[in-house]
Design a protein. Structure first.
Length: 174
């Protein structure tokens, strides 16, 4: 199995010619970290067949929080979000796969965990709107910006997944 440091989804064999291969950002939030659910959350994405292109544990600083949540800066709950997201380190993931953004959003469930469907991460494990275990990019464009915000090129990897032939039909791998 070959590993390369700097890569984009189109750098690996699976992605050649496939316009639907995406990378997305997932943050395993402080409530999941405090409850010992990081492995459980990560395993849901891996079990689905998403490939880890990058992973690290980081403590979010004020500048990163302001950049990441800039679209919420004018909301009255913005300080509460920043305080919550700074309680513990988080695990940042860059996941890759066909339609990864939509797949990850579906796995997570709706933002309000109390209303999330059973079978989703939030529906099975969460009870809160804010302490909802996981952040997932909401669009392909947002995912590109968020992955770049949290990962340098040197922190992202391209590699072959031996199980790729069992995850996707041959026409999906083209």
């Amino acid at each position: 199995m070959a590993f390369s440091r700097v890569s984009t989804p189109s750098d690996n064999d699976f992605s050649q010619g496939s316009n639907n291969v995406e990378r997305t950002l997932i943050l395993i939030k402080p409530d999941a970290m405090a409850r010992g659910l990081a492995g459980t959350v990560l395993s849901r994405f891996e079990a689905k067949g998403l490939k880890i292109a990058g992973i690290k544990m980081i403590q979010l600083d004020e500048a990163l929080l302001k950049a990441h949540y800039s679209h919420l800066a004018d909301k009255p709950f913005f300080p509460t979000i920043c305080e919550f997201m700074n309680r513990t380190p988080v695990i940042a993931l860059c996941l890759e796969g066909l339609e990864a953004v939509e797949v990850c959003r579906s796995l997570c469930g709706v933002t309000n965990s109390r209303k999330a469907a059973p079978g989703t991460i939030r529906g099975d494990l969460g009870m809160s709107m804010q302490a909802n275990l996981v952040h997932a990019s909401d669009s392909v464009e947002t995912a590109k910006a968020e992955v770049a915000r949290f990962f340098s090129d040197a922190e992202l990897f391209g590699y072959e997944q031996p199980v790729i032939n069992f995850l996707y039909a041959s026409d999906e791998r083209q």
